[in-house]
Design a protein around this ligand. Structure first.
Ligand code: SPV
Ligand code: MG
Length: 669
């Protein structure tokens, strides 16, 4: 398709404004002339060739077009008789370069809104812009409509007519008919009329449909008064603000396309979702916020980039009050629907508008997204992520996983609440749950090879970081190998407890015989582990059993400081009391002397405390150590009993997840 712009005319009615350049070079805003505005829209639409008829001040015009440095190929056609003829003759002069192509035709003094131009280009049939809402102008073009199509265009028609503006999209077939007639007119010396006079002769064969732009901006500038009105409308359009939010770290053509559309609506402000918000609803971002921000800052047409801290748009919209929010229409359903509803409510409160473009699934992007998940699952990327999350959030959560399927539950479970999404940050490979799943007691009976197999099963289908329950860590000589293996696999943290001999689960407390290791021995185990690891990412956490074994707070604190001194990257304090008082006291007293070493808690017994309260008190990792096991196995037992009782499975059906649900939980490769 070629653009044809008619710029030969004198523009006398503009007075002094056209004393030094043609009318099309008149400024309509601080950043654009009539022509630069047209040309930018043409270039943005992907049209590459512009045929421009010139006459008055043609050299100035040609130089001006070149100075704009737009990706356009210009063919300038001079009408030597511009002062005595009308643009019908200018088109005639350009006939050779206009034949046999689709054309978008505009007068050089026409100013239109970007969405008007888009609708013209999107029209499959030949069309001309008209308005059903504007009054019929006295002296300007009107189009006579019959049977839904344009039959005549001229200034003299008032019956069955609509105000019309000289912006056309002409399919090759229709344009050839009109152009032939233009040639006939000019060759029989009929050069002073409008090109539309020729169209009026052939409108049965050249089918042009009216395209109603209602009262959107689409008007010619003939006089200084017109200029004032149009410039005010252009300013209104340029002053509009548009807001879009992105969480992506991979820009693709779909993003660029929607940005291009959005920026046509006004000054585009891009919100970049914070790392924390992305990690909470999608996956850990591959690129940190600062890099994603600069990615958008460098996109042409993005006026400003701001941080959107939450998935909810409420705060940022209340702050920025953009005229438009632009989004793909894919959020009309699914987990983002409540966010959309909230956006609509906020926009309605101040008169903003939501513009949604059809979301097109992009296979290339899906592939990239799949690859990035693969990246996140790689040992190096996964291992370091726990430290990153700790730095980002201050307090992270982990839930136990003891198999691929529980790993997937830990990976995928998301809750949307008050405009925020919640997910677990990490997984805890518990010795209790791993042993229980294998029908064995939690006494370090399940050997490391088998425990590693569990880790592998989980890693194969997830991306989140893993905290491994290393029990006592075994002999120091063995522990160093465990550290190396875990690190190599991509585990982020091992927690070892300061017990020796036949360890039993801590939740037995003093009901069973348990021996605590000496501070010296355990410190040496930590030091050896730290020496064995190869990366900076891997963390060794010392778990203190003093409160479980009722050895008192002073013992717990003494150990904590000693283990931190020995190089422990974190301290886990455990208790089996329902009352969190002793945990709180420990945290407070530890924090009074050590503000940096992360504190880990496992609130199985003291389960009334919220994550928010733990965080406020200085806790950094909250592990839900066994809830999936404790909920899953009784449910299975119940179903087994129901089947046995009824001698069939029907009665148990309502207790079971549907096959459809269970298969959608498992990702298909
Ligand atoms: C586990 O989950 O195996 C633990 C935590 O070690 S606890 O069971 O509370 O001791
Ligand atoms: Mg354990």
């Amino acid at each position: 398709m070629k653009a044809l712009i008619l710029n030969s005319g004198l523009g006398h009615r503009m007075g002094v404004l056209t004393s030094e350049h043609p009318k099309c070079m008149t400024e309509v805003s601080a950043k654009d002339t009539i022509l630069s505005r047209q040309l930018k829209m043409i270039a943005e639409a992907g049209i590459q060739e512009v045929v421009m008829t010139t006459g008055y001040f043609d050299e100035i015009l040609v130089n001006y077009c070149r100075s704009l440095h737009l990706p356009l190929k210009f063919t300038f056609v001079n009408n030597p008789l511009y002062a005595q003829t009308n643009y019908i003759y200018s088109i005639y002069c350009a006939k050779e370069v206009l034949k046999d192509d689709d054309i978008v035709l505009m007068h050089g003094d026409l100013v239109f809104a970007a969405d008007v131009f888009d609708s013209v280009l999107e029209s499959e049939v030949s069309c001309m812009t008209v308005s059903t809402t504007l009054p019929l102008p006295e002296k300007d073009f009107k189009a006579v409509i019959q049977d839904g199509q344009i039959k005549k265009v001229g200034i003299e028609f008032f019956d069955d007519a609509l105000a019309a503006q000289p912006l056309y999209k002409l399919n090759k077939k229709d344009w050839n008919v009109w152009l032939d007639e233009i040639c006939k007119f000019c060759e029989s010396d009929n050069r002073k009329c409008y090109a539309e006079n020729a169209f009026n002769q052939v409108s049965d064969a050249c089918v042009i449909m009216p395209l109603d732009v209602q009262d959107k901006l689409c008007g010619e500038i003939d006089t200084p008064e017109d200029l004032e009105i149009v410039a005010a409308r252009v300013k209104e359009l340029e002053d509009k603000t548009v807001y879009m939010c992105f969480s992506t770290d991979m820009l693709h053509s779909g993003h660029i396309a929607i940005i291009k559309k959005a920026k046509k609506l006004g000054r585009l402000i891009v919100g970049v979702l914070s790392d924390e918000a992305i990690a909470s609803y999608k996956r850990f971002p591959l690129m940190p916020f600062a890099e994603r921000k600069s990615l958008f800052e460098n996109i042409n047409g993005v006026a400003a980039v701001v941080e959107q801290k939450e998935l909810s748009y409420k705060n940022i919209l209340t702050d920025l009050k953009p005229d438009y929010v632009v989004h793909g229409d894919d959020w009309k359903t699914g987990f983002q629907k409540p966010i959309r509803d909230e956006v609509l409510a906020v926009l309605q409160s101040y008169g903003g508008e939501l513009i949604e473009y059809p979301y097109s699934k992009d296979e290339k992007y899906d592939e990239l997204e799949k690859n990035s998940r693969l990246q996140l699952a790689m040992p190096d990327a996964r291992r370091g992520r726990l430290k990153k999350l700790l730095a980002m959030k201050g307090c992270v959560t982990a839930i136990e996983a003891h198999s691929g399927i529980t790993g997937l539950i830990a990976e995928k479970t998301t809750v949307l609440q008050d405009g925020k999404t919640y997910q677990f940050d990490a997984m805890w490979v518990s010795s209790l749950c791993d042993s229980t799943a294998k029908g064995k007691p939690d006494i370090e009976l399940v050997d490391m090879t088998s425990r590693f197999r569990t880790i592998d099963d989980i890693m194969e289908v997830t991306t989140k970081p893993i905290i491994f329950d290393g029990d006592t860590g075994g002999l120091t000589e063995h522990f160093v190998y465990t550290v190396k293996s875990l690190e190599r696999m991509g585990v982020s943290m091992v927690i070892i407890e300061d017990k020796t001999g036949l360890k039993k689960n801590s939740l037995f407390g003093t009901e069973v015989e348990q021996t605590q290791d000496s501070i010296e021995n355990f410190s040496e185990k930590i030091r050896a582990g730290k020496r064995a690891q190869k990366t900076k990412d891997f963390m060794i956490c010392a778990r203190i059993e003093s409160l479980i074994l009722e050895r008192g707070m002073e013992d717990a604190l003494e150990r904590a400081f000693a283990f931190a001194d020995a190089g422990a990257d974190a301290i886990m304090i455990h208790s089996r009391k329902k009352d969190p008082a002793e945990i709180f006291e420990f945290v407070e007293r530890f924090r009074a002397k050590d503000s940096a070493t992360p504190i880990v808690v496992v609130p199985t017994s003291f389960n009334s405390v919220t994550e928010e309260e733990f965080k406020a008190r200085g806790v950094n990792v909250v592990i839900y150590a066994n809830q999936l096991t404790r909920s899953g196995f009784p449910a299975m037992q119940n179903v087994a009993k129901t089947i046995l009782t009824n001698h069939r499975a029907k009665e148990a059906d309502d207790m079971c997840m549907s096959i459809k649900e269970i298969i959608t939980l498992i990702p298909e490769e």
